[in-house]
Design a protein around this ligand. Structure first.
Ligand SMILES: [Zn+2]
Length: 359
């Protein structure tokens, strides 16, 4: 909702279809602008394909990872208090959930629930998060809540109301509310495939329509998006990488061992967590195991390295280190591409290293 003179939700004219005013933003996929220049080097390798990862069976096991291990706030169980059927539409008329809309109530939790259960108000939201982090669900995610003040968005979004009512309940958003809302967002993302980035997680004020200000300037977007990154389900839409740097090509005597280091930036919306389902590995494109004879201590024949850091949040940098060796003099090209096994390959930026074994 959000206060103008009265709460904005009261002003929602849910029947207005505002198709023309809405042009959803698109997730930009980082181009390979920083890719290292490809060089032609005599390679022993067979032709490199670019098959998708074959799933967990083909790769090294991760550490046992109970759901959301390390996530500071766990999964929330929502209390179910249905809104009156007069305040929402059954179903979504063939549309699917693409957005999450963040609101604040501008009135207390109790008054918000009264509004959503009263046919006179003509408003509703899927969830209400009380000041102490308690989550109440009022509309099924399969149904169209009247919360965005824009019917195009209503059909395509899940609305989360955060209690904020200065002088009435809480004057500021609480840590528990951030945790609960982030957990909710992660659940919605997992159920509907919503990308947890700012193109798809939006404030009510960012939706075309008459004067909405919520969630307002005190809502900590960076903090909230950081929290969602910790629990976001690993999907191809949320996992992206950009090449940053790598060590010089290694040179060794026959039988010697060289080291390679590659630095990547997490340009996606999902935190990379070592040992869990979002662990990023450096892979040989196509999962070709035939370069494994150049490896020394690689986790698996087609995976030279895993991320060194336990947690790489969006915007953070990950380091990948591995050793190479060779017996026969020559130059050997080792192509590299980041991958989250069982989920997706990340951007192919032409990364590679070249091992030179001296005469
Ligand atoms: Zn609102």
């Amino acid at each position: 909702m959000g206060r103008i003179a009265v709460t904005c939700a009261w002003l929602i004219t849910a029947w207005i279809v505002a198709l023309a005013a809405c042009s959803p933003r698109v997730v930009a996929v980082t181009p390979a602008a920083d890719a290292v220049a490809r060089t032609v080097v005599e390679a022993v390798a067979a032709p490199v394909r670019s098959d998708p990862p074959r799933g967990a069976a083909a790769v090294a096991p991760r550490a046992a990872s109970p759901a959301q291990r390390g996530f500071p706030f766990g999964e929330r169980r929502a209390e179910w208090i249905p809104a009156t059927p007069w305040n929402y539409d059954r179903g979504r008329f063939g549309e699917r959930v693409e957005f999450i809309v963040i609101h604040y109530t501008a009135i207390s939790y109790e008054r918000t629930l009264r509004a959503f259960t009263s046919p006179a108000s003509g408003v509703s939201a899927h969830y209400v998060v009380r000041h102490d982090g308690q989550v109440t669900q009022m509309v099924s995610e399969d149904d169209t809540a009247w919360q965005a003040g824009n019917y195009w968005f209503n059909l395509r979004s899940v609305g989360i109301e955060i209690e904020l009512a200065p002088g009435e309940s809480n004057d500021a958003f609480t840590a528990e509310q951030y945790y609960a809302a982030a957990s909710l967002a992660c659940g919605v993302a997992a159920r509907h495939g919503v990308a947890l980035d700012r193109a798809h997680v939006v404030g009510h004020n960012e939706i075309p329509g008459p004067g909405k200000i919520d969630p307002g300037p005190t809502w900590g977007w960076p903090h909230f998006m950081y929290l969602t990154s910790l629990c976001a389900p690993p999907t191809s839409s949320g996992l992206h990488a950009r090449f940053v740097d790598q060590s010089p090509y290694p040179e060794v005597d026959p039988g010697g061992i060289g080291t390679v280091s590659v630095v990547l930036e997490n340009t996606g919306a999902v935190a990379w967590r070592k040992g869990e389902s979002t662990e990023v590995r450096l892979g040989i494109p196509g999962n070709d195991p035939r370069l494994a004879f150049l490896g020394a201590g690689w986790p698996t024949p087609a995976r030279p390295a895993v991320q060194a850091e336990d947690l790489v949040p969006p915007g953070g940098r990950a380091t990948f280190k591995f050793s190479v060796t060779g017996e026969l003099p020559g130059s050997y090209l080792i192509p590299l591409r980041p991958v989250v096994d069982g989920v997706t390959w990340l951007e192919d930026q032409g990364m590679h290293t070249v091992l030179k074994v001296r005469d």
